[in-house]
Design a binder for this molecule. Sequence first.
Ligand code: FES
Ligand code: FE
Length: 429
Amino acid sequence: MQLCALVDLERGFIGRDVYFDEAVYRAELERVFAKCWLVVGHESQLAAPNDFFTQYMGEDPVLVTRDVAGQIRVFLNSCTHRGMKICREEAGNARAFECPYHGWTFDTSGRLAAVPHELAAYGANFQRESRALIEAPKVESCAGFIFASWDTDVVPLRTYLGDLRWYLELMAARQLGRLEVLPGQQRYKVAGNWKVAAENFAGDNYHTTHTHASAIITGALPPILGTGPDHTVSFPYGHGTQLIPDPGTKFSAELAWAKTLGPEAVEYLEALRFKLVRVGTEAQSELFGLGVSNIFPHFSFNDFSVFHASTLIWWHPRGANAMEVWQSLTYDSEAPRALREYVLELPTGEQAVAGFFGQDDVENIEQVTAASRGVVSRRAPFDYTMGLGTPPRTDSRLPGQVYPSITEQNQRNFYSYWLSCMNGDAGRG
Ligand code: FES
Ligand code: FE
């Protein structure tokens, strides 16, 4: 398949086979998901030694642990004997993982610690060392987010994230305690290609007022949205953010919201502002939410306000026209208790399985799929021409390439790096 012919970013058209062709899908599992840095979780999920959680990297199940020495490690969640999934829990604390099939037992550093009937079954020369769990060679954190890659030559994480790091560090700093991933996840299946969702979060602010009109009309929109000018910001390696507020323009809306919640909320907001002035740049001290973002390839998050839990979303690929969505909430570990209950309730009505935004978006993804998989429909490319040729604005306050609020720049940026990965010419360390 000639991918370069399908992805014509100079003219702004992308052939639909990018979303429907099984060979493209198989290739991207290898060239994107088994090569790039992928967000697997957050350090708050591994507070103590022997804490663990399970996750996916592409279609590969992984087990993420903090070993007894405190090191975070990422293993293929598949027994080195004959492939059984060794851990089927979402999360917990365990000294060892006993394979349900024949009982090989691995510790949290991946070592094969016990083998049933070892001497009788394998003799005296059995080497447990060579049968340790398969481990991701690259694991690093940024602002508490844990990234892993299967590629020993992947670019350094700092390079991969570039200026996006500034925004992630702000998100981590804008907590009185620390950003904490809360227990429990929503998981649901969507009949669509993972890229349709990821590119939407990277930059599709164009759909917000139309697709989500019912949320706006009924007042289900977070009160902080739509209260001032915002920006789309583009980063190398395919990452994108949208709805980044103009620094300094949202504090009055935050304060107004705080006043409706009571004196504890006002005090909390003031304490956060004081902290940001101490630890951040001037612009960081004036940003109380980061809008909607996608870290290439498939990890999205929204972050609207200090009075709104943030949502982390993984668009896990499950076939050319199938994905599994996993999403978690985060909040400040030191936020006042009364406030926590309020802010945790909000997202369930928004970007969630039974929320306005979640259902609206899933409907788009599934109907794009249904209306695009036919023989004739697959001949017509998707149109990504909006804002083509518009140069980025210089904005000394916001790192990254800054564009107008409504543009398809970030989608083109997403596919530009996707194409580099697929062609094997993406940057390597
Ligand atoms: Fe795990 Fe056999 S498959 S012990
Ligand atoms: Fe949406």
